[in-house]
Design a protein around this ligand. Sequence first.
Ligand SMILES: Cc1cc2nc3c(=O)[nH]c(=O)nc-3n(C[C@H](O)[C@H](O)[C@H](O)COP(=O)(O)O)c2cc1C
Length: 213
Amino acid sequence: MKSITVGITGASGSIYAQSLLRHLCASSEVTRLDLIISQAGVRVVGEELGVNVAGTERRVVRELIGADSDKVIVHSVADIGATVASGSYLSDAMVIVPCSMGSLAAIAHGITRDLIHRAADVFLKEGRSLILVPRETPFNAIHLENMLKLARLGVRIIPAMPSFYHQPQTIDDLIEHFTYRLLDHLGVAHKQQTRWEGSKPRAGERESGRASA
Ligand SMILES: Cc1cc2nc3c(=O)[nH]c(=O)nc-3n(C[C@H](O)[C@H](O)[C@H](O)COP(=O)(O)O)c2cc1C
């Protein structure tokens, strides 16, 4: 049984957060989800998914994932007195998806002016699992140095970089495959059909016995 904290910041890629939350809400292994959305996150979710996730009411979850879930507790990003601001509150893992370069920098430098940064700081100090899903392109040297610093502290940096080896046909295929990678890192079981199992023989090669590249 797991309790997971999810932060959504104002980087592009809100659809990754939506997909991950849908999976986590559906998982029987996950009993509690603490959700925090930054002000910029609210703006970008609005731009990209066309929904309004301002506030902390249950409506926010419905807007974001298209269904109600009583597992999710929505916190105000300004509420630095919320449960997740304390190391005595137990949560197994935190994922910030997507993670802006601004939030990444704040976490790398221990600056905790909002609840997302404070919760991440708590996960670091308590030695708990912290996963960041940064999205920016190109990266400048500051971004790269901050990521290196965090990686050396044990933070898992899983950039929002979709893969293509599973031959996705739709955007949903891309997002779904990336979400499975996050679930693997969170230790949450899923029904992925797209794990890499080595190259499959191409048409014509099966008969000739030639291996594909
Ligand atoms: C539509 C939109 C897309 C953005 N995309 C990114 C992005 O991909 N990466 C990033 O680091 N910042 C991006 N930003 C800028 C951040 O939202 C901005 O730096 C903000 O201050 C981050 O604050 P937060 O970390 O508290 O969410 C974007 C902003 C907007 C409005």
